[in-house]
Design a protein around this ligand. Structure first.
Ligand code: 0X9
Ligand code: ZN
Length: 304
């Protein structure tokens, strides 16, 4: 049975997404973004009041299979949208004027595998030729300095970049969706864990993004909002200098494709529990993170 304060398995999440769309048809609709390597559907929720020429923000969770708090956050975000639409002024204004395209779990095969077999799995579950090692790191598989730094060309490694950019069905599906909707998509938010950081381009080099100053201000304000709730400390900045150089990420790719407001969240914690963040922290983590997402979305609405 589904719970917002527990980690839910993929079948439960898929049943939840069908339900929340059916029960909130004026605000949420579900479609299929694509199909995974192992044949699972990858769902996409469009969250927003219908209108014409709306700007849109993509919010994805579950790139890395073991980052369960990310997946929990996307569910919380949709729950808050449907529960507070019409009463919360800021949220109502955002949903009236923006569409959020939410991918509750991108790496569905990997996520299922963390439930069935190996809780610490990170990658996709695609077969690699010439080895028994499985999977590609989806966040090294985008065409942004692909496999030049902070990524491995060895299929057995956790940061394997894949056989070519977008070699994975999961990354190809997301990239195609963004490419096909570039005229409306103004923001790209990808949710990972852990380390309590808010990152923006670039991570594939130390090059300073054209919009660095603005993105830094947006990040600073988002982190300030996040921290205001429970005093959770976040750092923020360009990925290369704030976390590490790593090419092939979706944030850098989306930015270079033309999505100016492109951010990676690294949610709680800073290592005490790491990827095994207790369920008792889902609520607080989600609530503080939503404040940051609202802050970024408000900036997009007013400036994009
Ligand atoms: O290394 C990653 O993919 C992310 N950290 S994680 O621990 N969740 O794996 C950081 C991604 C930052 N952005 C890029 N490297 N493009
Ligand atoms: Zn991650």
């Amino acid at each position: 049975v589904h719970s917002y304060v527990k980690y839910n398995d993929l079948d439960t999440i898929n049943a939840w997404s069908a339900n929340i769309a059916a029960q909130n048809s004026g605000l949420v609709s579900r479609s299929q973004l694509g199909t995974s390597y192992e044949g699972r559907p990858i769902y996409l929720l469009k969250v927003g009041k219908s209108g014409s020429n709306k700007k849109a923000v993509v919010l994805d969770c579950g790139f890395h299979a073991r980052e369960w708090i990310s997946v929990a956050f996307c569910q919380w975000f949709v729950k808050e949208a449907v529960e507070k639409y019409g009463s919360d002024t800021q949220l109502t204004n955002l949903l009236n004027n923006l569409d959020f395209y939410v991918v509750p779990v991108l790496n569905v095969d990997g996520y299922a595998y963390t439930w069935s077999t190996n809780r610490m799995w990170r990658k996709t579950r695609s077969v690699n030729s010439g080895t028994t090692c499985i999977g590609t790191d989806p966040n090294r598989n985008f065409n942004a300095g692909w496999c030049t730094v902070g990524a491995s060309s060895r299929a057995c490694d956790d940061t394997y970049c894949g056989s070519s950019p977008e070699s994975e069905r999961e990354t190809k599906a997301l990239a195609n969706f963004i490419r096909n909707n570039l005229s409306s998509i103004k923001g790209y938010l990808t949710i990972h864990s852990y380390s309590q950081m808010l990152l923006f381009p670039y991570s594939y080099s130390y090059a300073v993004a054209k919009d660095h100053t603005e993105l830094n201000t947006v990040a600073k304000n988002a982190v300030s909002q996040l921290t205001s709730l429970y005093k959770t400390k976040y750092t923020y900045g360009a990925g290369g200098t704030t976390i590490y150089l790593a090419a092939g990420g979706s944030d850098d790719w989306a930015y270079d494709a033309g999505v100016k407001y492109s951010f990676t969240f690294e949610l709680r914690d800073t290592g005490r529990y790491g990827f095994l963040l207790p369920e008792s922290q889902i609520q607080a983590t989600s609530q503080e993170t939503i404040l940051a997402v609202r802050s970024i979305a408000t900036h997009i609405l007013n400036n994009a």
